[in-house]
Design a protein around this ligand. Structure first.
Ligand code: ZN
Length: 347
């Protein structure tokens, strides 16, 4: 039988192992095209506070036309259902129990409760999280030609997409204004999805961070929707040319990061937004007194660079982001840019 049954289907992937008294069932949305072609596997929700990717997948699944698709797209939009429903990054019970560092076979650190550190061959603990990565690796990751893994940093950073250097053109075609290129053999395996391609460079893998956490942001949802569509176009799975922004900022994995540490107490006023390119000497951020509203401290860019985060302190499970600074608190950071790319965009 060489007939491909084009269409859309919804099903579940049940993992084999129970752990901590639970056994996960992951939603699987599949679009089969009318012509055989590559398999794209798109995941979101490995971390429970990262929701923009889920919404972007909902949109793409609805928009994709099986008759116009070459190959198959499999979406696993809620990789970590307990964490997502708990509104926390990780499965709270495992986070509490396994918050210690394990070593994977290649010697890199792996956290047994953090799903994007659990993509290794020999699980180091019997966790719900490992049961999920093992099941998904066996069923879908091992067959994929393209993997897109959607995450979401907090609003203390910009959105960002990255991949290994052999996929530089694809990373760029994803179409985010900001991207990072990593050299796979220059880094250890950290048990991340990206590291599945560390040894051979295959499959093609993109990882995308979409700010903020815990609530949807329509700009980020659009970034992810366009990024996934662009990637399918790049691979010839759907028609059309990738839509890329007029300016893109390319960074190296080990790009220099400079933290801006407040020397004063007060309200942080960002003078340049995250994602903006600033010139040497330009004022990036200020802290003003809550008694006089006078500027107590300000920070000037030490060189031409990109604002990676600005205007907030803290982030994390039980740390509320805030624009109130105390002395010694980081209020943002700047990142070195390798290339500013100007694209000719036809409107
Ligand atoms: Zn994440």
């Amino acid at each position: 039988m060489s007939n491909v049954m084009a269409g859309k289907e919804r099903s579940f992937l049940e993992v084999e192992k129970w752990a901590q008294g639970v056994k996960a069932r992951l939603p699987v949305l599949k679009v089969t095209g009318s012509v055989p072609g590559p398999l794209a596997v798109i995941t979101a929700g490995q971390h429970g506070r990262e929701l923009n990717g889920i919404a972007a997948i909902e949109k793409l699944f609805n928009r994709l036309d099986p008759e116009k698709l070459k190959g198959t797209v499999v979406f696993l939009p809620v990789m970590n259902p307990i964490a997502v429903l708990s509104r926390r990054q990780d499965f709270p019970m495992e986070e509490f129990r396994y918050r210690r560092v394990y070593l994977d076979r290649s010697g890199g650190p792996t956290l047994a409760y953090n799903m994007d550190r659990c993509w290794i061959d020999n699980p180091t603990a019997d966790t719900y999280t490992f049961a999920i990565t093992q099941a998904v690796k066996k069923t879908w990751m091992s067959k994929a030609d393209l993997i897109i893994d959607l995450h979401g940093w907090s609003d203390t950073s910009i959105s960002l997409v990255w991949g290994y250097r052999e996929n530089e053109e694809l990373v760029k075609a994803f179409g985010l204004p900001w991207f990072k290129i990593r050299d796979r053999l220059d880094e250890q395996s950290f048990g991340m999805v990206l590291n599945l391609a560390r040894e051979t460079g295959k499959p093609r893998i993109l990882v995308c961070e979409l700010t903020p956490q815990s609530v949807l942001n329509h700009v980020s949802v659009e970034y992810a929707f366009r990024g996934m569509s662009n990637s399918l176009k790049f691979l010839g799975m759907i028609d059309g040319k990738p839509e890329i922004p007029p300016v893109q900022y390319q960074m190296r994995q080990n790009a220099k990061m400079t933290g801006m540490v407040s020397q004063a107490e007060g309200l942080i006023i960002a003078e340049a937004l995250p994602g903006e390119f600033v010139r040497k000497g330009q004022t990036v951020t200020r802290v003003v007194s809550l008694e006089t509203l006078e500027t107590l401290w300000s920070y000037q860019a030490p060189e031409d660079c990109l604002v990676f985060g600005n205007g907030r302190t803290l982030w994390g499970e039980d740390l509320k982001e805030s624009s109130i600074a105390y002395p010694g608190f980081s209020v943002g950071n700047l990142v070195e840019v390798e290339k500013v790319i100007t694209n000719s965009v036809t409107e």
